[in-house]
Design a protein around this ligand. Structure first.
Ligand SMILES: NC(=O)c1ccc[n+]([C@@H]2O[C@H](COP(=O)([O-])OP(=O)(O)OC[C@H]3O[C@@H](n4cnc5c(N)ncnc54)[C@H](OP(=O)(O)O)[C@@H]3O)[C@@H](O)[C@H]2O)c1
Length: 298
């Protein structure tokens, strides 16, 4: 048994009723410790995140003796706020663009004031976007194995804002209008569609590889190998960016360009974090020459 100090990182994040110290049985798990804090603070267990002074996250099912807690060790407690099921967030954020593209593609008269024949590019982009987001919904249902059951409620607004506005409203409105850009010559047009299909299938394969690393119902994390993983930490992000690059080149629209830039920068920043986390967790076992997202570059 040790007595640890409980703190919040900043006065702003203060948790009322958080006891300053707690007696902890170090033969238990992080979940037991979080449950004791949950009982004292009346916050739901899923809202509590615990870290050590060096920012190490205390992972819920891990035995406490892994963290070498001593008397007076400091544990930072964070209230993550109201939580929502991870899958619900994904269904909502990908469902939005699906609905929005259907609306803008089929409701020409109320939206653009007239009816007209869609160009070959508009037709192709419509099916590409619908297939992309359907794939994402199905992957959420059947492939991904998330380590956290929930995420902060606020994420549903942040994430949906990104997809609904940038890949939903702006992309759909400007892509399906009455004066589209001229279709590219056949070899470029079909070449870009083939490149898109290759990127989507590759993205799917990387998701299958990630899912195969984690037995169902666990939070196991392993070093992924094979396919794009031998070159970068996040080939799933790389192939996702490639697929939006194909859409951007087909449409040559500022709306697709904007989404490509924002999403690629976001995924690149995430990949740097994931790369750093792999290095921290797996040390020398993690392949040295692997880049974060862009093969041979960064
Ligand atoms: N267009 C855009 O703006 C954009 C932005 C982001 C993502 N996306 C798309 O959405 C997809 C999913 O994104 P994401 O950020 O959730 O991808 P991710 O963090 O790479 O994870 C995908 C799944 O694999 C699990 N996972 C990751 N690394 C693992 C490891 N080493 N061992 C075991 N399991 C592991 C994750 O679980 P946990 O993380 O829960 O542990 C998650 O369930 C991306 O691949 C991309 O296609 C698009």
């Amino acid at each position: 048994m040790v007595t640890v100090n409980l703190r919040t990182k900043s006065p702003k994040a203060k948790i009322s009723k958080l006891p300053p110290t707690l007696d902890v049985d170090t033969t238990g798990t992080v979940k037991d410790l979080a449950a004791a804090i949950s009982k004292a603070t009346q916050l739901g267990l899923e809202r509590i995140r615990l870290t050590l002074i060096d920012n190490t996250v205390l992972v819920p099912d891990t035995p406490l003796d892994k963290y070498d807690l001593q008397d007076n060790s400091i544990i930072y407690v964070k209230d993550l706020g109201y939580q929502i099921d991870w899958q619900t967030v994904f269904y909502v954020e990908y469902g939005g663009p699906l609905f929005i593209h259907l609306l803008f593609y089929f409701l020409q008269k109320p939206i653009y004031g007239k009816t007209f024949e869609h160009s070959a590019t508009q037709k192709a982009v419509f099916y590409m976007v619908i297939l992309h987001f359907l794939k994402r919904e199905l992957e959420t249902m059947f492939v991904h194995r998330f380590s956290n059951a929930t995420m902060p409620l606020i994420n549903i607004f942040k994430n949906s804002g990104h997809y609904w506005v940038l890949s939903g409203f702006s992309l759909a409105y400007f892509c399906y209008g009455p004066s589209p850009r001229r279709d590219l010559p056949g070899y470029l047009f079909y070449g870009l569609i083939a490149f898109w299909a290759y990127s989507e299938v590759s993205n799917f394969i990387t998701h299958l590889i990630l899912s195969s690393l984690r037995p169902k119902g666990t939070r196991v994390r392993k070093i992924p190998y094979g396919y794009g993983f031998n070159f970068v930490a996040c080939p799933n992000y790389f192939f996702e960016a490639c697929s939006w690059l194909a859409v951007t080149l087909l449409t040559r629209s500022w709306a697709a360009t904007l989404f490509l830039i924002v999403s690629s920068v976001t995924m690149f920043l995430w990949s740097l974090k994931k790369q750093a986390a792999y290095k921290k967790e797996f040390g020398a076992k993690y392949p040295k020459n692997r880049k974060a997202m862009f093969p041979f570059i960064a």
